[in-house]
Write a protein that binds this ligand. Structure first.
Ligand code: UDP
Length: 487
């Protein structure tokens, strides 16, 4: 076979939300950097948010492209251009978006049959790609955009059901390498009981277990105990090839261009950061799809103001007029005049902000991408988990790698629900003062996260653990292709 025929062709299929699309597109770009011919399947509005970065990769000589599939807006009743959980303006639209995935199945299946790639990397939300892969006799790799720790945590609760035999409101995660205790109220409903999502999660899990393996945006030095647990106790084959954001987003254009929903160049916030001292600013963000209730946002505002520290706060509401209810009287004006706080209503250039030397910490909802992006810059965190697997991620940060200070959230909620518990302004103030105050505890945390930052960098360099895993995987996939070709 000549080298062109030998070239590995991989198709990537991300799910329609930034927290899944961003890391999978980054992953696809990493493969393209290493001589793999890459196609990413997206719909037009989402495609446009990555095109700039992909164009730059093509100019650099990489074989990468986006294949855009028409989005069935009219069929599901969504306005033109609304194609992700990040741009919907009501919860009803989330259901419509989910329905669109069913309609996209046929054209995507057809595309894969026509194009006959050597491998499919698909998000957990597309379990049926396993059938296509089997029909084409190619491997399907499942993409999981979260930590090993959280997947092990979910498994542990499902299998051992510690909440059923607990005689208090606290449970221990049975058989874990570290002693981990959680409130029963912090465990996701879908692991504890049967919910409307249980059947869907079972299908996803089953397709993952039957897939060739799982691609993980993590690195060995960060999660080695849980990587081991995942592979041995849970019995899944996995490759840690992260942090992918660190690997591909190396310059300002990459950092600004990535999923820039509002098309801002970020200069205002960077100018503001330029006027601040080293490590003096706290970046506060609850991810791309969280909407906190006004009562909670007010407590955060009071707490941030009382802390006396500078901050950037990304506040997201679905509708313009909802912003009026959030802030205490005169808060926005005071923050602007004193230059103490920079408020971003909408979408922030997150990796650009985290990369700035003035940024010294982050308040995060514990989405795995935000955690890694913060760790890549050596920033300690205040943890504020809300839904999905975020409470497991919090425990990993506070009790395993010890680079986070708990924000004090006690109750897991379903995505889109407001929940009933409230973190009070005094608790916010205390956590911010601890993290940003420069005391001994904060300095120890900063040292630990600084070491992880260095290890993350090494992992993605030639000879590093993620680099080696990627090379092993590419070679393995090439061998499978050769075997298939001679059969
Ligand atoms: N993000 C961003 N600007 C925002 C909010 C989010 O760039 O204002 C990016 C963030 O950098 C991360 C992703 O969106 O890469 C969110 O993923 P994460 O896993 O942190 O949270 P999710 O949105 O999935 O809850």
């Amino acid at each position: 076979m000549d080298s062109e025929t030998q070239k590995l062709r991989i198709f990537f299929l991300p799910y329609h939300t930034a927290g899944h699309m961003i890391p999978m597109v980054d992953e696809a770009r990493v493969f393209a950097m290493h001589d793999v011919d890459v196609t990413i399947i997206l719909t037009p509005a989402n495609a446009s948010l990555f095109q700039e970065n992909i164009d730059r990769d093509v100019l650099a000589g990489h074989r990468i492209r986006i294949h855009s599939i028409p989005f069935p807006s009219a069929e599901v009743g969504l306005p033109q251009g609304i194609e992700s959980l990040n741009t919907i303006t009501s919860m009803e639209m989330a259901g419509q978006l989910y329905n669109s995935l069913q309609l996209l199945r046929n054209p995507i299946e057809q595309l894969l049959h026509d194009q006959r790639p050597d491998c499919i990397v698909a998000d957990m939300f597309f379990p049926w790609t396993l059938d296509v892969a089997n029909q084409l006799r190619i491997p399907r790799l499942a993409f999981r955009g979260t930590s090993y720790f959280s997947l092990c945590g979910e498994y542990c609760v499902r299998v051992h059901e510690p909440h059923k035999s607990a005689n208090s409101d606290v449970v221990s995660l049975t058989g874990f390498p570290h002693k981990i205790e959680m409130l029963i109220s912090q465990l996701p409903d879908w692991c504890k009981t049967t919910t409307r999502f249980t059947a869907m999660m079972d299908v996803m899990r089953e397709s993952e277990e039957k897939s060739y393996g799982v691609l993980m945006n993590s690195f060995h030095e960060l999660e080695n105990d849980y990587e081991e647990y995942f592979k041995t106790t849970m019995g899944l084959k996995a490759w840690s090839i992260g942090p992918v954001s660190l690997w591909v987003n190396r310059n300002v254009s990459d950092k600004v261009g990535r999923f820039n929903i509002e098309g801002r160049d970020g200069h205002e916030v960077i100018d503001w950061l330029n006027s601040k001292g080293h490590n003096s600013v706290l970046y506060v963000s609850f991810g791309g799809i969280t909407k906190l209730p006004a009562t909670q946002l007010k407590e955060i505002a009071y707490g941030l103001e009382a802390s006396g520290h500078s901050f950037i706060w990304v506040v997201r509401k679905r509708k313009e007029d909802e912003y009026d209810e959030i802030f205490p009287e005169g808060f926005e004006e005071r923050m602007k005049e004193s230059k103490r706080g920079f408020i971003i209503k909408g979408w922030a250039p997150q990796v650009l902000i985290l990369d700035h030397p003035a940024t010294g910490g982050m308040v995060s909802h514990c989405g795995w991408n935000s955690i890694l992006e913060s760790l890549n810059e050596g920033l300690p965190l205040i943890t504020w988990p809300l839904f999905a697997e975020q409470f497991f991620n919090e425990k990993f940060l506070t009790d395993v790698v010890r680079i986070g200070v708990p924000g004090g959230v006690k109750e897991w909620r379903e995505w889109g629900q407001e929940g009933t518990s409230l973190v009070k302004r005094e608790e916010v103030e205390k956590a911010v003062k601890l993290l940003m105050g420069g005391g001994e505890e904060a300095e120890d945390i900063r040292k630990r996260v600084g070491r992880l930052k260095d290890e993350a960098k090494k992992a993605v360099e030639i000879g590093g653990s993620s680099y080696a895993n990627l090379m092993d995987l590419i070679n393995e996939l090439k061998s499978l292709k050769m075997i298939k070709n001679v059969e």
